[in-house]
Design a protein around this ligand. Structure first.
Ligand code: AMP
Length: 213
C-alpha cells in the first residue's frame, strides 16, 4: 500500500495518516513533521526551513525531495507508506513518480480531502499539536483528556507557529496556487480519490478505508 494524502492545511491529512498507520502498519511520512523535528533539533536543515515555514511558505522543492528520497528507501517502507504533506508542487509530484518508477513501484491511491475554507480556518486556529509525537487536538471538536497534554504519549501540546491566523491565510493561498493543481495531475494518472473531509474523525476514516482497501 502506497498512499498519498492530499488536501489543504487543516483538511485532516495528519490525523487520518496516523489512523491509517495504526490500522495498516505502514509508516506515516510527514514532511511537515520531519521539518519540525529538524527545527527542534536546531539542525542546518531546520534553520533553513524555519524561515519558510513560519512565513507560511513552502520549503524549496529540492530540500523536501531529498528528504523523501532518503526516507522511502528505508527498510520499514518496503511494504508501503503513507505520504502526508508530500508532494505539494507539480515538480515534487513528477520527481516522486520518477523515483518510484526507478524503484519499480507505483502509487496505489491519492486521497484528496475536501473541506470548505471556513471549516479549515476554524480547525487550524483551534488546533494544538503534540511537541513529541505530532498528534493533533482541537479546542472544541477534539479536546485532550488532560489540558495541554497529549492523550497518546503525554507530550506537551502547543499551538504551531504557523497556525496563527495571518500565516494560515498565507498557507491556504499557497495551497491554491501550488498544491491544488496536483489534483489534475493525479486525475490524469487515474488514481485520484476524493473524500469528504467533514464530520467526525472516525466517519472520515471509514470513508478513507472504504476507498483504499
Ligand atoms: P504541514 O505540517 O504538512 O502542514 O507542513 C508545515 C509546513 O512545512 C508547510 O507550510 C511548509 O512550509 C513545510 N512543508 C511541509 N511539507 C512540504 C512540502 N512537501 N514541500 C514544501 N514545504 C513543505
Amino acid at each position: 500500500m502506497r498512499l498519498i494524502l492530499l488536501g489543504p492545511p487543516g483538511a485532516g491529512k495528519g490525523t487520518q495518516a496516523k489512523m491509517l498507520n495504526e490500522k495498516f502498519r505502514k509508516p506515516q511520512i510527514s514532511t511537515g513533521n520531519i521539518l519540525r523535528k529538524a527545527i527542534q533539533n536546531g539542525t542546518d536543515l531546520g534553520n533553513r526551513a524555519k524561515v519558510f515555514m513560519n512565513a507560511g511558505k513552502l520549503v524549496q522543492d529540492d530540500v523536501v525531495i531529498g528528504l523523501i528520497k532518503e526516507r522511502i528507501v528505508e527498510e520499514d517502507c518496503r511494504a508501503g507508506f503513507i505520504l502526508d504533506g508530500f508532494p505539494r508542487t507539480i515538480i515534487q509530484a513528477e520527481k516522486l513518480t520518477e523515483t518510484l518508477e526507478e524503484m519499480g513501484l507505483l502509487i496505489n491511491a491519492v486521497v484528496d480531502f475536501e473541506v470548505d475554507s471556513e471549516e479549515l480556518l476554524n480547525r487550524l486556529t483551534g488546533r494544538s499539536t503534540c511537541s513529541n509525537c505530532g498528534a493533533m487536538f482541537h479546542r472544541t471538536s477534539r479536546p485532550p483528556l488532560k489540558d495541554g497534554v497529549c492523550d497518546s504519549c503525554e507530550g506537551k501540546l502547543h499551538q504551531r507557529e504557523d497556525d496563527k491566523e495571518e500565516t494560515i491565510k498565507k498557507r491556504l493561498e499557497v495551497y491554491e496556487q501550488e498544491t491544488a493543481p496536483l489534483k489534475e495531475y493525479y486525475k490524469k494518472q487515474g488514481n485520484l480519490k476524493t473524500v469528504k473531509g467533514c464530520g467526525a474523525v472516525e466517519e472520515i476514516f471509514s470513508r478513507v478505508c472504504a476507498m483504499v482497501s
